[in-house]
Design a protein around this ligand. Structure first.
Ligand SMILES: Nc1nc2c(ncn2[C@@H]2O[C@H](COP(=O)(O)OP(=O)(O)OP(=O)(O)O)[C@@H](O)[C@H]2O)c(=O)[nH]1
Ligand SMILES: [Mg+2]
Length: 203
């Protein structure tokens, strides 16, 4: 019998409470959206298998509670993650400012070579925007990571973001190891522009 998948990648979503982590995962795994807000308690996960570069990649996506009181539980899951998605809400400036703290938390709790990705969610709410795209692009460049604006509600860039991260992990595991987890030159300035997004579309 053919193997169900070639690789299993564990991904983790972090970010302030209410930014839309759970909705992004539900959009990605089940292609649905619910506007009722049920704050995540502790930790949860969903699975979706995708095709990337001819490989079947099983993505186990861990959803963490953004509320401070769950921090001890959620940070225990950082270590096992191969990719971490940092999420803020484009209509909530505080959630963007806090990305620095979430970055710090990754540094303290995750494995050194973990792939990171920045998402500005709720981009369907343009009229309520508080965080300019350029601010986030700059922050992502400073950290040498990709950035996308997404909407779990309108299904914008969700598949693209997850597949880009999976693709980066796949490429990294396929021989371009840098040993200490630092990025090789040339992969530093990665932003989620249209060109990048189309390159990362799912097969
Ligand atoms: N307009 C809009 N609303 C969204 C979007 N994504 C999530 N929401 C809404 O934002 C609220 C919070 O979404 P959740 O996905 O539960 O947020 P969370 O980050 O998982 O929050 P915690 O579990 O508390 O950490 C819900 O009412 C969602 O319906 C989006 O892309 N656009
Ligand atoms: Mg949640």
């Amino acid at each position: 019998m053919a193997k169900a998948y070639d690789h299993l990648f564990k991904l983790l979503l972090i970010g302030d409470s209410g930014v839309g982590k759970t909705c992004l995962i539900i959009r990605f795994a089940e292609d649905s959206f619910n506007s009722t807000y049920i704050s995540t308690i502790g930790i949860d996960f969903k699975i979706r298998t995708v095709d990337i570069e001819g490989k079947k990649i099983k993505l186990q996506v861990w959803d963490t509670a953004g509320q401070e009181r769950f921090k001890t539980i959620t940070t225990a899951y950082y270590r096992g993650a191969m990719g971490i998605i940092l999420v803020y809400d484009i209509t909530d400036e505080k959630s963007f400012e806090n990305i620095q703290n979430w970055m710090k938390s990754i540094k303290e709790n995750a494995s050194a070579g973990v792939e990171r990705l920045l998402l500005g969610n709720k981009c369907d709410m343009e009229a309520k925007r508080k965080v300019r795209k350029e601010q986030a692009t700059k922050l992502a460049q400073e950290h040498g990571i990709r950035f996308f604006e997404t909407s779990a509600k309108s299904s914008v860039n969700v598949d693209e973001a997850f597949s880009c991260l999976a693709r980066d992990i796949l490429l990294k595991s396929g021989g371009r190891r840098s040993g200490n987890g630092s990025k090789t030159p040339g992969t530093q300035l990665k932003t989620g522009d249209k060109r990048n997004a189309s390159k990362c579309s799912l097969g």
